[in-house]
Write a protein that binds this ligand. Structure first.
Ligand SMILES: [Zn+2]
Length: 65
């Protein structure tokens, strides 16, 4: 799985459908419909949904795949 933001393959699986990018330091998940969700990780480990903020980039990244 490659990162929807930086396109790096330097990612790791952290859950069923969650992945972590070592470059962006964000978590992301891909739904069945290839809908991308981006999560910023707070200092306390909680996830903040940043999908709306990155919506345009993610759509571009996965277009045609
Ligand atoms: Zn990345």
């Amino acid at each position: 799985m490659y990162c929807p933001l930086c396109k790096s393959i330097d990612t790791g699986r952290v859950g069923n459908s969650h992945f972590y990018c070592w470059h962006c330091l964000i978590e992301f998940s891909i739904s069945n419909r290839e809908e991308v969700k981006i999560y910023y990780i707070e200092d306390d480990g909680s996830l903040v949904d940043m999908s709306e903020f990155f919506r345009e980039k993610c759509t571009l990244a996965y277009k045609g795949s």
